[in-house]
Ligand binder design. Sequence first.
Ligand code: ADP
Ligand code: ZN
Length: 624
Amino acid sequence: MSSLPPLITELDHASLNRPEQALKYFFGYDSFRPGQQSIIEAVLQNQDALAIMPTGGGKSLCYQLPALLKPGLTIVISPLIALMQDQVEALQDNGIGATFLNSTVGGAEVRRRSQQILQGAIKLLYVAPERILTETFLDFLDQVAVQIGISTLAIDEAHCVSEWGHDFRPEYRQLQQLRQRYPTVPVLALTATATARVRQDIMQQLGLQQPLIHIASFNRPNLYYEVRPKPKQAYRELIRLMRQTSGAGIVYCLSRKKVDEITQRLQEAGIEALPYHAGLSDTVRKQNQTRFIRDDVRVMVATIAFGMGINKPDVRFVIHYDLPRNLEGYYQESGRAGRDGEPAQCILFFSFSDIRTIEYLIDQKVDPLTGEPLEAEQQIARQQLRQVIDYAEGIECRRTIQLGYFGERFAGNCGNCDNCLRPRSLQDWTIEAQKFLSCVARCKERYGMTYIIEVLRGSKEKRILSNRHDQLSTYGIGKDHTAEEWRTLGRSLLHQGLMDETADGYSVLKLNALSWEVLRKQRTVYISLPNRPTVVQSASTEAKANAEMLFDLLRKLRKQIADEQAVPPYVVFADSSLRLMAQLQPQTIDDFSQISGVGSHKLARYGPRFVETIRKFCQEQEKI
Ligand code: ADP
Ligand code: ZN
């Protein structure tokens, strides 16, 4: 490591005191993302601040940049050990003095790192919350405070302090002791949690004083949202989808069994995939995760156990193979795509049988001691499920529905969701509804949906013939629609309350007062039929353009360099930087330094190899 340029610990250029200049010098970026500048300015002026930004919004920079501009040590509290290491690696790769202390670091190494800190060689220290309140650590901090000063206390994932959040950690509650111990050190709390209740809790629990509050929009314009009807044998559709796209992605499934099955199907189809769920050992999970993060394998098939603490910024697609349980979960999980701001796809597979699976799981929620159903919980879960169904079936802009769920108004017409790109209209299916309901009536309200549809479509199944239902006037009157279309209508009738279904496990269809209004022609029935799946444009199906070829070459070089250093490829350069290089094709170090993401340290460290590759490529192209 001795041949590397020295770590940057103090600012040697007076001109860098301006945040914009420091941004390019250290991180290679040309401009701030929304909110970053005002938060950074507050921290520089020692004001408390609360930063609420969606995943990928660029929260880390809000404390990393001030840490470099202020004297002393910035302490970052982070609950996720894996993430800590990633962040420190990324900082070190920018030549910034950063380190972490957590349970994975041994005694001798802790002493070595502590020494480095006291010598002023470190600007950012990442610590786990449980460590920070130990006697030894507090003594050490006192020493730091006296010798070099504590510049800022940054509390990442600050929602962990709230019982109302989804990830409450009791250790977080004690962090306010730090505030009391070092009252003049400003506190910066950061989170991606969207609810008002949790925000309030954070300010109170951490004792923030007149904080600057920045709440960013939760809209993520680079994410493309789509809901697709889930066919039988949906894995075939999944495989097709993966062949059409490139880059890394996550496939979420509801159960461990499904994860294993889908992983195997993908592997058999020649797609590099690995599983991740709570049934695997810690070692295997960690291994699979590392291989995914380092681009050794393209697809992670996972339950929702996977994701918290994964900050791989270049995930290009997140596919929900099964229905998510609630919209907040869907937003967070799908939001793991495209943290780098580059285009990424979020696709949800939607089927009515999945609804039934989740309904079944909800019915299973019972008190483990008494066996009584947990009615309050069940009710909440049902409501959440309804919201997911409304999202999936909705015909307005997907963003309007999602953001509305978080209390944010969005005008619609985003231009980057299926409903905006291929608007659907409601269709009048009153006549079909009458056929369906009268078939339910003629079968004496004693059968489920599948049976009714078979009668409508004139099935010759034995039980239909033996019940003599082939004699009914409704037998075979529905051959003009597919079974799937009839099912869509049937479920829609249930959702709209125009028909009932027994909850005794048999799901027998029943007519209600509204059904009779439909049958008596007093009511019109509208349904929205699912979109036809679209072919997503992708690099692999188009003729590869010149820039695309260079991009692939640069990706290979990046992977090689990353492997030499045992870090994930995105630590070397982000996808967006590689794309710019492929487009602009800089052939001198000077031109190369203009690329967004190329800071001073990376320029010295990687510039020559990248420029050489680009130059060679351009020469080859000229020969052709
Ligand atoms: P968050 O913690 O809010 O999810 P990160 O801090 O991980 O987001 O940032 C997401 C990505 O955006 C990272 O790859 C980061 O380097 C990049 N980024 C942050 N700020 C900027 C900026 N001003 N310009 C360009 N890229 C940025
Ligand atoms: Zn839209």
